[in-house]
Design a protein around this ligand. Structure first.
Ligand code: DC
Length: 223
């Protein structure tokens, strides 16, 4: 059995979100950014006093118990993330959330909580889902799997420009260092580490325009 999901995985700032949104628009199907779900949990945890010093499953359990995270279709047919009934905002992109999200995403109870919700979303029909473990853990039977990469230098240049993440005037080197640290935690964690699925199509987007990457993926899907 295959699931009618187009899985796009890859490291931080590899251009996944822009490409995934572009591909979904091209195919006129919804797009889910799972990184936002991890960021929303991180923001909720921070509001309850969780920091790098006490980022444990025990600290996250009461956060998960109370948090309501839904994707709701808006008038345009796009899925919009709601946190406790409210649309999420720029707070998800803050440097503070970015610094804590990888340790939060490494916790097994956080991943299990989201796995269930992410799988349920596929019931809505064909969609593009983007993250770190969509092709390996969430939908190992996804119909299409892509793994997007780019050189660390290119990713450092793209991050502030593309995501709207606020780096507070940080230099390119410190952005690159923050991205490298996030990659390190994401790919060395025990549960669902960042890695390409054996049957994923690897796409290096270094030096390519967004449209070129979207075209490449769209061609594979249409084939
Ligand atoms: O894509 P992003 O930068 O918004 O993701 C934020 C963090 O969430 C990233 O550092 C790792 C984590 N993440 C994950 O572990 N699994 C996913 N499917 C998506 C994101």
């Amino acid at each position: 059995m295959t699931t009618d999901v187009i899985a796009i995985d890859g490291p931080a700032a590899s251009g996944k979100s822009t490409v995934a949104a572009g591909l979904a628009e091209r195919l006129r199907i919804p797009y889910i950014n799972t990184g936002s779900m991890y960021r929303a949990i991180t923001l909720a945890a921070m509001r309850r006093g969780v920091s790098a010093a006490n980022c444990t499953e025990a600290a996250l359990a009461p956060v998960l118990e109370r948090l309501q995270l839904d994707y709701v279709r808006n008038d345009a047919g796009h899925f919009v993330l709601r946190m406790d009934g409210h649309e999420t905002d720029a707070a998800l992109r803050s440097a503070e959330v970015a610094a804590l999200v990888s340790p939060v995403a490494a916790l097994p109870n956080v991943r299990a909580w989201l796995r269930e919700r992410q799988r349920a979303l596929a019931a809505a029909g064909r969609l593009v889902m983007e993250g770190r473990d969509i092709g390996t853990e969430i939908f190992p039977d996804a119909r299409f799997k892509f793994f997007l990469t780019a050189t660390p230098e290119e990713r450092a240049r793209r991050r502030p420009a593309q995501s709207g993440e606020n780096f507070d005037g940080a230099t390119l080197e410190s952005v690159a260092a923050a991205i490298a640290e996030r990659d390190r935690i994401d790919s060395t964690r025990t549960v669902a580490p960042l890695r390409p699925a054996a049957d994923a199509v690897l796409v290096d987007s270094t030096g390519l325009e967004v449209d070129e990457v979207v075209n490449l993926l769209a061609r594979k899907v249409m084939e």
